[in-house]
Write a protein that binds this ligand. Structure first.
Ligand code: PLP
Length: 466
């Protein structure tokens, strides 16, 4: 048999060390790199060969092209000057966990295909219940349970599919609701689930869902012969990190027999600090919940936790067992088979990186990271508030600062463009009720107060006078 040109073990060791050095060097260089790439569409493609190589290439030439071709075309999400979207924390501990998972290469689709992958996942998700003060009924030894999915979008889509399946009736008559500030993944999930209608509920003061409106919309839909099946509430909206009143939403959901799913993609990580838990009041009343350790909990993408209050409904919806997946452990009913908890069959060993993070930082280390981000955001919000050129467009409860230039949308957009073009910061412009504003999301592991000071100096210099 001909030889396949695998790297030998010795070469793998050598190249692996080189690559870890390369990543550490990249992280150290990050603060000096322009945060966003300035390449034009097609620039990167034009530097790459049209066809894959026929013959093996050396690892050093691959690494060289990583430097020369790929890095110039990146937005540096791990830069301490990255304040866009929401953070996507790739901490050193998580990256090592990811590497271990890749090296093991196991697929934990069922308990029997790697018992440790399944049991570790259940354990770290139970740990998170305690760390974030989530309802104990969601623990793996209660009626509920948790699973790691790829993204909050997948988790929300899954919840909506379960809501549709569980409810019965014609999907085209079904209606799902979320606030006007809910993430676009909810609307996409309604389509994925085949639910006939999606209705956006107006928000009240501070951008939280107006539950009086919700109740009226649901009553109207019932009157019109439709079937309300689900409502998605948000803890920490994408636009302004606003909070829906979970217990009031739950009251309406219970009254009309709707599934209540909670999307806490960004803000969920903050609940490791007791002082923020007032924002998740009412969680014990909901049916399912998701948050992203891959945003603000020092765990690199992808890692989204999804919990259900009653796992039987999830399993009834998604469990399909062909003969080749039957095994004694599954049939004994004593094990968890995570393939039944989401759409794909194959699944990565994502619990490993979360386990590395939780152990390497400890709860206190993660709390410090969250509190540092919140403190830096509060400092920036204070500066913005005391400058007559700006209005805060939403309160800064956590680490998202939202503000507009008082001169109007043009001045706000000009400031956003100038900041992003400077290469010294990346922020995301957005819009609320027709008013343009700047979103500054703080929470990169490498962001220090001096980076926020420099951001403020830039804002101060680039903002038009009034
Ligand atoms: N929900 C909210 C509130 C978000 O802010 C985001 C992304 O920023 C998402 C959902 C989507 O997250 P994911 O990329 O994990 O699907």
């Amino acid at each position: 048999m001909a030889d396949v040109p695998h790297l030998s073990s010795d070469e793998f060791r050598l190249r692996g060390r080189e690559l870890i050095d390369w990543i550490a060097d990249y992280w150290e260089a990050l603060e000096h790199l322009p945060v966003a790439s300035d390449v034009e569409p097609g620039d990167i493609r034009s530097l790459l060969p049209r066809s894959a190589p026929d013959e093996p290439e050396s690892f050093s030439s691959i690494l060289n092209d990583l430097d020369q071709i790929i890095v110039p075309g990146l937005v540096h999400w791990q830069s301490p000057r990255f304040f866009g979207y929401f953070p996507a924390n790739a901490s050193p501990a998580a990256v090592l966990g990811e590497l271990a998972s890749a090296g093991l290469g196991v697929l934990g689709m069922m308990w029997s295909t790697s018992p440790a992958a399944t049991e570790l996942e259940s354990v770290v998700l139970d740990w998170l219940i305690e760390l974030l003060d989530l309802p104990v009924a969601w623990r793996s030894d209660g009626p509920g349970g948790g699973v790691i999915q790829m993204s909050a979008s997948d988790a929300t889509h899954t919840a909506l599919v379960v809501a549709r399946h569980t409810h019965g009736g014609s999907p085209t008559d079904m209606v799902a609701y979320a606030s006007s500030e809910a993430h676009s993944s909810v609307e996409k999930g309604v389509r994925v689930a085949g639910i006939g209608r999606f209705r956006r509920v107006p928000v009240g003061r501070n951008q939280g869902m107006d539950t009086g409106h919700l109740a009226a919309m649901v009553a109207d839909d019932i009157e019109a012969g439709r079937i309300p099946v689900a409502v998605v509430s948000t803890i920490g909206t994408t636009g302004t990190a606003a909070f829906d009143p979970l217990d009031d939403v739950a009251e309406v959901a219970t009254r009309y027999g709707m599934w209540q799913h909670v999307d806490a993609a960004y803000a969920g990580s903050a609940m490791i600090c007791p002082e923020f838990r007032r924002f998740q009041h009412g969680l014990e009343l909901v049916d399912s919940y998701t948050f992203n350790p891959h945003k603000w909990m020092l765990t690199n993408f992808d890692c989204s936790a999804f919990y259900v209050a009653d796992r039987r409904l999830l399993l009834d919806t998604l469990s399909v067992t062909p003969p080749y997946l039957r095994n004694a452990a599954s049939e004994s009913g004593t094990v968890v088979d995570y393939r039944d908890w989401h759409v794909p069959l194959g699944r990565r060993f994502r619990a490993l990186k979360l386990w590395f993070v939780l152990r390497s930082y400890g709860a206190e280390g993660i709390r410090t990271h969250i509190r540092n981000s919140v403190r830096m955001a509060a400092g920036l919000a204070e500066r913005v508030e005391s400058d007559p050129r700006f209005d805060l467009v939403a309160p800064t409860h956590l680490s998202l600062v939202c503000f507009a230039h008082v001169a109007g949308n043009e001045a706000t957009d000009a400031l956003a463009s100038a900041l992003n073009a400077s290469g010294r910061a990346l922020i995301t412009p957005s819009e609320l009720g027709g008013r343009r504003f700047l979103r500054v999301a703080i929470g990169q592991p490498r962001t220090e107060p001096r980076h926020v000071d420099e951001l403020w100096d830039l804002i101060d210099t680039l903002a038009p006078a009034i």
